[in-house]
Design a protein around this ligand. Sequence first.
Ligand SMILES: NC(=O)c1ccc[n+]([C@@H]2O[C@H](COP(=O)([O-])OP(=O)(O)OC[C@H]3O[C@@H](n4cnc5c(N)ncnc54)[C@H](O)[C@@H]3O)[C@@H](O)[C@H]2O)c1
Length: 346
Amino acid sequence: MAEKATVAVIGCGGVAGYAHLPALVKMDNVQLVGVCDIDAAKAKEKADRFGGKVYTDYRKMLAELKPQRVHVLTPESVHVAPALDALKSGADVLIEKPLAESVASCRKLTGAANGERLIGIDYNYRFIPVMEKAHEVVRDGGIGDLLGISLACHNFCWHHCLDLSRWLAGPVTRVRATEGRKAQADPGAPLRAFPSHHPTVMLGHPMVASAQLEHEHGAITHITTTSQFDLQDLMFEMRLIGTHGWLRIDQVRIEDVVGRLRRFRTRHEEGGVTPASNGELIEFYPASRGGLPISFSASIRAFHRAADSRLAAPTSAEYGAEIVAIETAARKAVDEGRAVKLSEVM
Ligand SMILES: NC(=O)c1ccc[n+]([C@@H]2O[C@H](COP(=O)([O-])OP(=O)(O)OC[C@H]3O[C@@H](n4cnc5c(N)ncnc54)[C@H](O)[C@@H]3O)[C@@H](O)[C@H]2O)c1
């Protein structure tokens, strides 16, 4: 059997503990060699559970262990420096989303990779079973040409919903966005926003905001993002509207992300007969049921498979830069009250 690739993680907080480390230790093509956090207790706790040598200084870890691959799991505002150092040390790097806080920083990362090192971004929602199936149905023409996407999501899922929209409907050319003003007038309202969201890229509004994306091939996406959903009830709901029918994706919950997919045919395909209101349930059989670790594990495995065979990761640095550009355009659209072309911020 081929030698296992050595892997180290930088950042030993939430996502390291419930997603990355449990996935890594179950894989037979990698070996966890180091865990680093500026908080020594967190690094030690993860090493006790999953293995690897403990560090509080990632530069020291990179110099001593020279890992072949590094997962950057630091807060959103702290992705760039560790990722740059890891790339310069010769490692391939899987970075949590979003890639960076600006398109310029994304470019720095691409430059440091120099076409030799692999960069992957952990947009793992596309590995949520219902999303994999929906993508397949759209790709195979199951609803005709994709005309539009309608999405409602928790703020926690905003970055991922941009990835899902771009993945399903192709490149984005122009963005409009609005933040609701209600929360500003009502500071006592309950907040369930997640603190790790980076304020310069996130539509920062705690209560509700919406964005409209125009895709190069003519489709449009509309996303409403809010802190008011409970992730146990709903992470996101999506409708994919095509020339011959539409898909409804629901029941995606943080403890059970498998989700439900239904297809509704448009009338002209039904010969004028109104379709049943429940639509046709599309069955799919994921290998396991459960929460977000399912899609994390699939996403992490896909990155390491790509690294094993020296192929591009499912989501490259260029792709990550495009999503950061959409986020930047949305921010600019809110601030300037106008539609922003992606070319203005790329
Ligand atoms: N893909 C997903 O679905 C998903 C879900 C949750 C979080 N995330 C992302 O994962 C990343 C981490 O999120 P989290 O919830 O685990 O945050 P967290 O705050 O729980 O953990 C981050 C850890 O990084 C450590 N850290 C900060 N600076 C460091 C440095 N210079 N060197 C070493 N360690 C450092 C902190 O001490 C902390 O323990 C964020 O980018 C977040 O957006 C992704």
